[in-house]
Ligand binder design. Structure first.
Ligand SMILES: Cc1cc2nc3c(=O)[nH]c(=O)nc-3n(C[C@H](O)[C@H](O)[C@H](O)COP(=O)(O)OP(=O)(O)OC[C@H]3O[C@@H](n4cnc5c(N)ncnc54)[C@H](O)[C@@H]3O)c2cc1C
Length: 306
């Protein structure tokens, strides 16, 4: 377990950064599941240089730092996170290179903003983001996507800040993308992605995104805190189908529930805790394994102290 920040660490962080910093910040405020304990320091570097300075400071003082996106795929345990949680919220750059299909986007831009900018430029390739929440940085790290595609289909380069404070650029082939996965090191902060998009009429983009959104709206739960799919789909099957077939739809533990609308969405109905959700996850995993011999793997990232 990592050590808590000392008063000296807190003073050094406050003095070194241009961006925002909040101590003992509840992670429930920064995750779509609306649960999880506090992070010792929640930091929003003002720009990439600020993120590099933060990395160097953390490395010099032996402080753990953890990249945070928009918290739409994050389950923080009730004991919270030690060290520094680095948010990319302030990294909002988004530009098109001349008249080309090359788009350079910073990690804190929301996936929705990227999609709407590409649509406005009449550039296709990111239609798959319709209805997928989160930041571009989190989307790249997770290789987020839908049946229309995923980040790996459009990325040509990824830039990240290493724990030593260096800016590292990786070509697509060096990122190790797979289904909802990249090999990008979990302790590097992705700060920018370069995408290759292609000309496409706005009406065609709009029509495809509308149909994706309609399809999602009809199948997905509404009005409850969630992180989308909790488990990855096993090869050739769907986690939701298996969970439903195991008779687990609607199962509740405390304030957490297997959504009656979509069995792969395990939701917080209001006052759920991370401990309850983790218990529910374990129960679902074990029942599916016992019934069908399938070892479901988590898509949601579980972090923090118990
Ligand atoms: C309603 C709903 C629907 C969803 N539908 C889909 C879907 O259709 N397809 C899909 O793929 N996902 C879906 N998700 C899950 C989620 O939207 C994606 O995984 C998203 O890409 C996570 O991005 P984020 O910015 O919220 O990352 P976070 O949840 O903040 O972080 C996720 C992981 O990425 C890491 N990370 C985040 N930012 C960075 C960074 N800048 N550098 C390095 N590492 C980073 C974090 O450390 C963490 O391990 C859904 C979630 C919700 C709530």
């Amino acid at each position: 377990m990592a050590a808590r920040l000392t008063d000296d660490d807190r003073a050094a962080l406050t003095g070194a950064l241009r961006g925002e910093i909040r101590f003992d910040e509840p992670m429930a405020r920064h995750t779509t599941l609306r649960l999880g304990g506090p992070v010792d320091a929640y930091v929003e570097p003002a720009d990439i240089a600020d993120a590099q300075a933060l990395a160097r400071l953390c490395s010099a003082r032996g402080i753990v730092w953890r990249p945070l996106g928009a918290g739409s795929n994050l389950l923080v345990r009730d004991g919270g996170l030690r060290g520094v949680g680095v948010s990319t919220r302030a990294l909002r750059g988004l530009r098109r290179e001349g008249d080309s299909g090359v788009v350079v986007v910073e990690a804190g831009v929301s996936t929705g903003k990227l999609l709407s900018a590409a649509t406005g430029w009449e550039l296709g390739g990111v239609e798959f983001l319709g209805g997928v929440p989160g930041s571009v940085g989190g989307g790249i790290w997770m290789n987020a996507g839908t049946y229309l595609g995923e980040f790996k289909d459009v990325l040509t380069e990824v830039a990240s800040v290493t724990p030593a404070g260096e800016l590292r650029r990786r070509a697509h082939a060096e990122c190790g993308f797979a289904y909802r996965h990249s090999d990008l090191p979990p302790d590097e902060l992705i700060v920018e992605g370069t995408l290759q998009l292609r000309p496409r009429p706005r009406a065609d983009i709009d029509a495809e995104v509308r149909s994706l959104r309609d399809r999602r709206r009809a199948r997905e739960p509404h009005g409850v805190a969630n992180a989308g799919s909790i488990f990855k789909n096993p090869p050739g099957d769907f986690a939701g189908r298996l969970i439903e077939a195991a008779g687990l739809k609607g199962l509740s533990i405390g304030g957490c529930q297997v959504s009656p609308a979509h069995a792969n969405w395990l939701v917080n109905t209001g006052d759920g805790s991370a401990a309850e959700l983790l218990e529910l996850i374990a129960r679902v995993h074990d029942e599916v394994q016992a019934r069908f011999g399938v070892d479901l793997q988590l898509e949601v990232k579980v972090v923090g102290d118990g």
